[in-house]
Ligand binder design. Structure first.
Ligand SMILES: Nc1nc2c(ncn2[C@@H]2O[C@H](COP(=O)(O)OP(=O)(O)OP(=O)(O)O)[C@@H](O)[C@H]2O)c(=O)[nH]1
Ligand SMILES: [Mg+2]
Length: 694
């Protein structure tokens, strides 16, 4: 019997595949075999899970078509002719870094880049370099998944840094389609959280190899061993296969640039992590001897070359000038294109290259119209590669043209056509957002995973010079057996012991049901089931109730029966009745009735919300009233008047704050709150009509 490892190496199969083969036995003959995992990208029924007979290398097995569709066995690429060509590019590893928000993914990429030689010796190294968007830098979170690569020895490791915030889960889902394994980062103090569960479940379901990285072990009170145990519990709960359960674990600190296999090893560098990646993550399953084909997993935009299709080359080779076919995933007619540029991702940018081979993650330009999920192939008869949709959106918000009296005073883009074109463009590169025209002209219904996702879009548009109106988020309901169902989530809230009562009360007001409570060192973890509707605005309440010490994470659970009316805002508003510039004299009396959102000398208009009434009703006030002039003039308006500084809310807070009959007016430099109906008489009439209808 020939040596399995030697055979594997001779035939070009990577070392890890050879290692995998050690225990494999052929089903038909019982002889030793070598085994190659079928790529997760194929539908389950097409995957071949058992070992192959050594005599027929899997590359030639008729059960493995490159594309879906009717079997086309006569095609030359599927002939049974033995060809001892490599089936894996063992110089490459493709990994994604996944974790809950803030568990240190982007910081680890910084040190991987440094130690992987991405910087010159004297080059200035930035913190969280992959968070290159302005909004990412400002918020300190990753919003979009990004590709990079490092070299370790003779190998290239392609890395995708993913966002950890729940609202951007769609980015993680599509990143996972490009890779063959993941680094699951877990904070050694916080342990697995809601989003750890979400991303791990997705990775396991795609059959990806996992390396567990217990990160931030430098933190005070870190419990690396305890957290590793918790990850194992999570793997069990998520029905990981035996092989996935045996995932290797590495401990370390991404920030301090070291990883170790055992806790008492010397804390030196990231070498143990690099070695674990090369050892445990399989080389990409790709077929160099087939015509070029690739599934588009992401789309980028460049002012110079236009749309760039990003994905892992699953077969063949591609070079500048090649003619390729674009097969749209929505069933539209296939189109022809010509590759104008091939990009590889390295360090902090992209690098043009003349050609790229199977297994590599690349960007390709040359297509006017290309969307995520489309297939690129050099084979004129090739089929579309399977594309599974990401989890559906649960929230909806309306974006509308600014029809207020101050429209156009601040922004450049204010028309319905401009707004429509921009929103529809966003949907092309962000598959977890969808949009449709609303019933009224100039308004669009944008559906997403969370309010933050839409807030990021609105903030980006605002910086581009748009003016628009944004409504309160509403949940997307479904009809099940004649009754309305709404989305429910599991929420985990960790609060200092003294705040437990306040948070339980808050959850109860939002019709949340507590399902578990666990006492930790100085804090308490509360687990509850609550509607997505009930969760809106809860983060702000938590920060206020715990002076910023509470941590909260949530995860979509299921659709369940509608829980009825829910009021998450118990206060009313103070509304301006007249247009003009606010006067300190008028505001002085108004501030006795509630909290103000505007200061003196600000422009307001009829129907604009200028403050909060602690009672649950709206009051109308004149904020531009000047002091009556008398013969005995005092020393000028405003002198000696003490106004409390107005409350200025962030865009996200405004979106969570507004009620159903209100809008946030967003302009490049201002955020205003207003009633949907500005005229007070019209508003009263509409209220009466609504009441009589109810
Ligand atoms: N003590 C300690 N802090 C760390 C470590 N790695 C990252 N941090 C800190 O954790 C915070 C979050 O780090 P990021 O790298 O942005 O986390 P992330 O996982 O990329 O966050 P998202 O992309 O928003 O999900 C930052 O303040 C880092 O300085 C570490 O190894 N030890
Ligand atoms: Mg990040």
């Amino acid at each position: 019997m020939r040596s399995r490892t030697a055979h594997a190496v001779r035939s070009g199969v990577g070392e890890s595949a050879a290692r995998e083969s050690e225990s494999a036995k052929c089903r038909c003959s019982g002889k030793s075999t070598w085994r190659v995992p079928t790529p997760h990208i194929w539908p389950r029924e097409l995957r071949f899970s058992g070992p192959f007979c050594a005599a027929i290398p899997p590359d030639h097995a008729t059960r493995l078509p490159p594309c879906v569709g009717p079997p086309r066995l006569a095609r030359s690429s599927f002939s049974l002719r033995p060809k001892h060509l490599p089936v894996m590019n063992h110089n490459i590893r493709n990994i994604a870094i996944i974790a809950h928000v803030d568990h240190g993914k982007t910081t680890l990429v910084d040190t991987l880049l440094q130690q992987g030689g991405a910087y010159r010796a004297n080059q200035q190294v930035q913190d969280r370099a992959m968070d290159s968007m302005d909004l990412e830098k400002e918020k300190g979170i990753t919003i979009k998944a990004k590709n990079t690569s490092v070299h370790w020895g003779s190998k290239i490791i392609n890395i995708v840094d993913t966002p950890g915030h729940a609202d951007f889960g769609g980015e993680v889902e599509r990143a996972l389609r490009m890779v063959d394994g993941v680094l699951l980062l877990v904070d050694a103090y916080e342990g697995p959280q809601a989003q750890t569960r979400f991303v791990l479940r997705k990775a396991l379901s795609l059959g990806l190899k996992v390396i567990i990285v217990i990160n931030k072990i430098d933190r005070e009170n870190a419990d690396p061993k305890g957290m590793y145990e918790k990850v194992l519990e999570l793997l069990l709960e998520l029905n990981a296969t035996e092989e996935q359960f045996d995932a290797p674990v590495i401990y370390g600190s991404g920030r301090d640039g070291f990883m170790i296999r055992n806790l008492n090893d010397e804390q030196k560098d990231l070498a143990p992590l690099f070695e674990a990646i090369l050892e445990h993550i399989p080389p990409p399953f790709a077929r160099p001897n087939q015509p070029f084909h690739m599934l588009v997993s992401n789309v980028d935009w460049s002012d110079y070359v236009g749309r760039i299709a990003i994905g892992k080359i699953l077969g063949g080779e591609v070079k500048i000038g090649d003619a390729v076919h674009v097969i749209p995933h929505n069933g539209d007619k296939r189109q022809r294109g010509k590759i104008t540029k091939v990009f590889e991702y390295s360090g902090l940018g992209t690098q043009e290259t003349a050609n790229a081979v199977a297994g590599n993650i690349v960007g390709l330009s040359g297509f006017e119209e290309i969307d995520i999920g489309d297939t690129l192939t050099a084979d004129p008869e090739g089929h579309a590669l399977p594309f599974t949709d990401v989890d559906p959106p649960t929230l909806e918000m309306q974006l509308a043209v600014n029809d207020g009296p101050l429209v156009g005073q601040d922004g450049k883009f204010v028309t319905s056509r401009q707004l429509r074109e921009r929103i529809y463009r966003e949907v092309k590169t962000n598959i977890s957002i969808s949009v449709e025209d609303a019933d009224v002209g100039g308004a669009f219904k944008v559906k997403a995973r969370g309010a933050m996702q839409i807030a990021v879009l609105v903030e980006t548009m605002r910086r581009e010079g748009f003016e628009l109106l944004v409504s309160r988020p509403t949940v997307i309901t479904k009809e099940v057996d004649g009754s309305i169902h709404e989305p429910y989530e599991t929420v985990w809230v960790e609060v200092p012991d003294e705040n437990v009562g306040a948070i339980m009360q808050n959850l109860a007001n939002r019709k949340g049901q507590m399902t578990n409570m666990e006492k930790l060192n100085t804090t308490t973890m509360i687990e509850a089931t609550i509607t997505t509707r009930g969760l809106i605005g809860m983060e702000v309440d938590l920060v206020n109730a715990t002076s910023g010490h509470g941590i909260m994470s949530h995860l979509f659970k299921e659709y369940g029966p509608w829980v009825g009316e829910l009021s998450t805002r118990l206060t009313g508003t103070i509304i301006a009745t007249e247009a003009g510039e606010t006067r300190a004299y008028a505001l002085e009396t108004i501030q006795e009735r509630g909290k103000l959102f505007v200061g003196a000398q600000e422009i307001v208009y009829e129907g604009m919300i200028i403050g909060e009434n602690p009672r649950n009703e709206d009051i109308s006030v004149n904020a531009v009233k000047a002091k009556q002039l008398t013969n005995f003039r005092s020393q000028g308006d405003g002198k000696g008047i003490q106004l409390t500084p107005p409350i200025k809310m962030s865009l996200e807070r405004c979106i969570e704050y507004v009620a159903d009959d209100e809008y946030v007016e967003v302009t490049p430099s201002l955020l205003r709150l207003r009633k949907k109906i500005l005229n007070s008489n019209d508003r009263r009439k509409a209220d009466r009509a609504k009441k009589s209808k109810d």
